[in-house]
Design a protein around this ligand. Structure first.
Ligand SMILES: Nc1nc2c(ncn2[C@@H]2O[C@H](COP(=O)(O)OP(=O)(O)OP(=O)(O)O)[C@@H](O)[C@H]2O)c(=O)[nH]1
Ligand SMILES: [Mg+2]
Length: 313
């Protein structure tokens, strides 16, 4: 048991205990491991939704509107906002504070930004653990927000049951998303800023890309495209219903379980990979400088060197 009953308090719905647990996770506090072991059995009941998309498309605005709808149903909501540590991140967090400010005082809503990279378990690891803590705390819905520009963000979003890709008109977003490999992981598309004159065009662009993809790889779930406005909330109700439809589809087809298993497996492997990588660097810094010297002077090839280090680790 964690020394000061922190886990017990989290499980009984103490918001401050949840905040402290997530901080410990984020700081990689030595206690975090034990805490995770204690809360994990209590997690797994929440609906998880990943929101990804380029900077500034309106993810946080839509999330704020969605939270409102969930709160009307008396559902508790957790949001893990993964910050890509960009130079704009301070502004983004401040902006979110403003956009999500309606919800900060609500005990049924818990919002947390996760910052730095280079964690044990990487960017995805820390945010997943934060989400687990929110689930154990009793959140009915957990939302991840990530800026969909890189593999790390794809990894975070794809841990969710349903992945929503938000795009905005007139920015060539669809093509960028396609290139970045984000398109494939999306279950629902959201064209935000529907007030933009090119919104309809953006939707048909996405649809034609999806149709080509569907021909190559037919799947019974054809990702729906929903038009929204993050500022007014228009279309957000439809977005919510679409997310629910996707969830029903996953459940009925048995894919929910399949997806969750795949995500957990991915989590375990990537955590182990991250640890291994860290360990190897540490060894090379400390003791095995000699091996690298041999590689530098070409006495030893890189593959043999890595095999040797790998075996030792
Ligand atoms: N015109 C218009 N503006 C919108 C709409 N939705 C959001 N915005 C504005 O777009 C800006 C960015 O919105 P955010 O919700 O912060 O976008 P985000 O995707 O969360 O941004 P990052 O987290 O920084 O990547 C804000 O100024 C919003 O008010 C919309 O539907 N129409
Ligand atoms: Mg945001």
């Amino acid at each position: 048991m964690s020394s000061d009953g922190l886990v017990e308090r989290l499980l009984s719905g103490d918001k401050r205990a949840l905040a402290r647990v997530i901080s410990k996770i984020e700081r990689e506090d030595p206690e975090a491991k034990e805490i995770v072991a204690e809360i994990y059995p209590k997690s797994g009941d929440a609906v998880t939704i990943g929101f990804t998309g380029p900077p500034g498309v309106g993810k946080s605005s839509i999330i704020a509107k969605l939270i409102k709808l969930y709160r009307e149903e008396d559902k508790t909501v957790g949001v893990v906002s993964v910050d890509p540590s960009s130079p704009f991140s301070k502004g983004a967090i401040l902006g979110d504070r403003i956009r999500l400010s309606d919800h900060f005082l609500d005990p049924g809503v818990f919002i947390r930004s996760m910052g730095s990279r280079g964690h044990l378990g990487g960017l995805a690891g820390g945010s997943r653990l934060a989400a687990l803590a929110m689930e154990a705390y009793g959140c009915d819905v957990v939302l991840y927000e990530t800026v969909g520009v890189g593999q790390g963000e794809v990894e975070v979003a794809s841990a969710a049951d349903t992945v929503v890709l938000a795009l905005q008109p007139g920015a060539g977003d669809a093509v960028q998303a396609l290139k970045a490999g984000v398109m494939e992981i999306a279950d629902v598309f959201c064209i935000n800023k529907a007030d933009h004159p090119q919104a309809k065009g953006a939707a048909s662009e996405v649809r034609s890309i999806l149709e080509i993809g569907h021909e190559l790889d037919p799947d019974p779930w054809f990702p729906p495209i929903v038009m929204t406005r993050g500022d007014t909330g228009e279309g957000v109700e439809e977005l919510k219903e679409t997310i629910e439809k996707h969830r029903s589809y996953l459940k009925e087809s048995g894919k929910l379980e399949e997806r969750r298993r795949a995500a957990l497996r991915e989590f375990v492997v990537s955590w182990a990979t991250n640890r291994l990588e860290k360990e190897m660097h540490e060894r090379l810094d400390r003791e095995d400088t000699e091996i690298m010297e041999q590689v530098y002077v070409r006495d030893l090839d890189p593959i043999s060197a890595s095999e040797r280090i790998f075996k030792e680790v």
